[in-house]
Design a protein around this ligand. Structure first.
Ligand SMILES: C[S@@+](CC[C@H](N)C(=O)[O-])C[C@H]1O[C@@H](n2cnc3c(N)ncnc32)[C@H](O)[C@@H]1O
Length: 180
């Protein structure tokens, strides 16, 4: 069986074709950016930490891949992207190897999600990995769940993929698809 992050990748892979525009809203160490770039997609990746750009650039170079890396918050997506996107991925929380006080926040995450939804093509998908065990994580989780839960069902399919028998607060996946 797949863990939530891998399952999210598989569900994105099902709809992404080479040349599609996609967004990595939280670049971090570049795992998702590299995954998307390997599919041949035109990736735009965002992070507010320079260390994330440095690591991701290095990983892309090692794998002979390319992506457009932007040192700015995902709440500013509209400044950089106006064309339709096939997919987006969010990996919420903090960068594991870095300053754990720099976390994604409900307000900016919801703003970025709204921008991605308005750019999303029909049959396009957004994967959101929710980590919420850290300080501030619970309120962001609640805000994201509340936001995606009220998306109209005639326009979006929204699912949650969660471990039910794990101790502590295991990260889980929200995946949504635009129907029309
Ligand atoms: C859990 S990590 C992402 C992991 C990453 N997807 C990977 O593959 O390694 C969350 C990242 O979100 C970044 N972040 C926090 N607030 C942000 C914002 N407003 N816009 C973009 N990135 C943000 C953090 O700097 C951190 O690198």
């Amino acid at each position: 069986m797949q863990r939530p992050l891998n399952q999210g990748h598989l569900w994105l892979k099902e709809v992404i074709k080479a040349g599609d525009s996609v967004i990595d809203a939280t670049m971090g160490n570049g795992n998702d950016t590299c995954f998307l770039a390997k599919l041949g997609a035109a990736v735009t990746a965002f992070d507010i930490q320079e260390v994330a750009l440095i690591k991701t650039k290095q990983r892309l170079e090692e794998a002979n891949l390319s992506a457009n890396l932007i040192l700015d918050g995902h709440q500013n997506i509209y400044k950089y992207i106006q064309r339709p996107i096939k997919a987006a991925i969010f990996n919420l929380g903090y960068l594991p190897s870095s300053d754990k006080s720099i976390i994604t926040l409900a307000e900016t995450t919801i703003s970025a999600l709204k921008q991605c939804l308005s750019l999303l093509e029909v049959n396009g998908r957004i994967a959101i990995m929710i980590y919420y065990g850290h300080a501030g994580g619970q309120s962001e989780k609640n805000a994201v769940i509340e936001f995606v839960s009220q998306l109209p069902q005639e326009n979006y399919q929204v699912y949650q993929y969660t471990a039910l028998n794990q101790i502590n607060q295991p990260p889980f996946l929200v995946i949504l698809e635009k129907k029309k």
